[in-house]
Design a protein around this ligand. Structure first.
Ligand code: EPZ
Length: 420
């Protein structure tokens, strides 16, 4: 994909039809790090074809893991022949922040890891202090330089881990560290996102001893060995939320297949509050809308409340909703980058700290806009779909980290969108 690739969108079309939601990016990434914990062969189904997944697999290959991915049916064959003592080069590790999630698994298996700092991104500084403090409590010696994390241990020991703030990958990292540590680990204030449940379910199948799944307190009894297991990744709730929000804004009727409705309840409730109709069927969700929405207010919070990863998309449709909407972003310190881009399209948005006030306008006008992160990119696409005229969305490298066949799926639903 060239750096200059962009979308050209002709706004105004309604969305109608069925969309099959891919496997969850934020589930396959920690699960790939879980494979470090047990030698043998794995088959994973419903694996999304994303650059973040490809980049993390490349990192894992430096530790001896081999893999082949069947794109046409989203099946990943992976083999762990035994983890070597190599470290992945900085240029590879830095391609995805998620390399930090190999830390817990590497320490509890081979006792050392050298990772370049994951670094920040547009939405925030993305520190990893919660990960480091927890692993130190489990007995790891961790030296931080401005570019590297040097970690080693003589075997990890179970500990009481109290996360002051909810951290998704922090919880996932410590789960991977604890399942083969010596003794019992208790994680207080563990994040409860569905992707953590998916990781725990796979680990239980591999022989791990974990109590408290789905609660904020996890009790993990370390075991000496785990066995590989096959697994089907859960549907991506954020991709599903993106399409649900899109059709609420464009108007039309779209059936979402492949996602658990319980995983996006907070979004569906907000869309109903704005005037969309939601029907939960046996194995799908139907979202129906006139495209004319009422304003509302959302606050992003840890699961099961409204997810930060759907905030920008929701803001896009509030730009045309009748009345004044308030969005409070409590998770990341800089997740309103899309505001300036929406303003180029005629949106009336003001921000004060982590609160955005959106005054609905009669229409948005197509413009040339640039994405700054995965979700801002999908939000700008939604804004283009509901705007008058032509919108150019730049920086698709962000989109391809978190969405697969995005424009194909939208085209199949009736959108006028082309990748150039
Ligand atoms: C995960 O990131 C997701 N990524 C993010 O999705 C998601 O936005 C985020 O959780 C919140 O739900 C993956 O799962 C791969 P956190 P993570 O640790 O784990 C602060 C997307 O678009 N913090 O829950 O990095 C942090 O800065 C991505 O798919 C520390 O201060 O998020 C943030 O303000 C974007 N120190 C808050 O906690 C730490 O050591 C929550 O972060 C860790 C986090």
């Amino acid at each position: 994909m060239s750096q200059m690739e962009h979308f050209i969108i002709e706004g105004g079309n309604q969305l109608n039809g069925t969309v099959h939601i891919d496997g969850a990016k934020n589930s396959i990434l920690p699960i790939l790090c879980t494979t470090i914990l047990a030698e043998g062969d794995y088959i994973f189904g419903n694996v999304p074809d994303l650059t973040d997944v490809q980049n993390l697999l490349r990192t894992l290959s430096y530790f001896g893991i081999t893999y082949s991915f069947e794109k046409h049916n989203n099946i990943l064959f992976l083999s762990n022949p035994g983890i070597n003592d190599e470290d992945a080069p900085q240029k590879v590790v830095q391609k995805t922040r998620m390399s930090i999630m190999t830390l817990g698994s590497l320490l509890t298996t081979r006792g050392h890891a050298k990772l370049s700092f994951p670094g920040g991104c547009a939405i925030g500084t993305r520190p990893v202090d919660f990960h480091v403090e927890a692993l130190r409590k489990m007995g790891a010696d961790i030296l931080l330089t401005d570019t590297y994390i040097h970690a080693h241990c003589e075997g990890l020991k179970g500990a009481e881990i109290k996360f002051l703030h909810s951290t998704v990958t922090g919880t996932q990292n410590i789960i991977n560290a604890a399942v083969r540590a010596e003794g019992e680990t208790v994680i207080y204030n563990a994040a409860m996102e569905p992707e953590i449940g998916d990781q725990i379910n796979l680990l239980l199948k591999m022989g791990a001893k974990i109590d408290g799944r789905g609660t904020g307190t996890l009790v993990i009894e370390g075991v000496k060995y785990l066995a590989p297991a096959n697994w089907r990744i859960i549907g991506d709730r954020i991709e599903a939320a993106t399409f649900a929000i899109a059709v609420a804004g464009t108007g039309g009727e779209v059936e979402l297949k492949g996602v658990n409705p319980d995983h996006i309840e907070s979004i569906l409730l907000m869309l109903m509050a704005c005037g969309a109709e939601i029907e939960i069927k046996d194995r799908s969700i139907v979202v129906k809308s006139s495209g004319r929405l009422d304003s509302t207010g959302i606050t992003t919070l840890p699961f099961p409340r409204f997810p930060t990863d759907a905030q920008a998309q929701f803001m896009a449709i509030m730009c045309k909703a009748a009345g004044i909407s308030i969005i409070e972003e409590t998770i990341f310190e800089n997740r309103f980058q899309q505001v300036e881009e929406f303003q180029k399209m005629g949106a009336n948005i003001t921000t004060k700290g982590r609160v955005a006030t959106i005054r609905g306008v009669g229409e948005l006008k197509g413009a040339t806009v640039s994405a700054t992160d995965i979700r801002a990119c999908s939000a700008l696409v939604i804004a283009g779909l509901i705007a008058e005229g032509e919108t150019e969305v730049r920086n698709l490298k962000y989109l391809d980290r978190g969405y697969s066949k995005f424009e194909e799926k939208l085209t199949n639903l009736g959108a006028n969108i082309k990748r150039k």
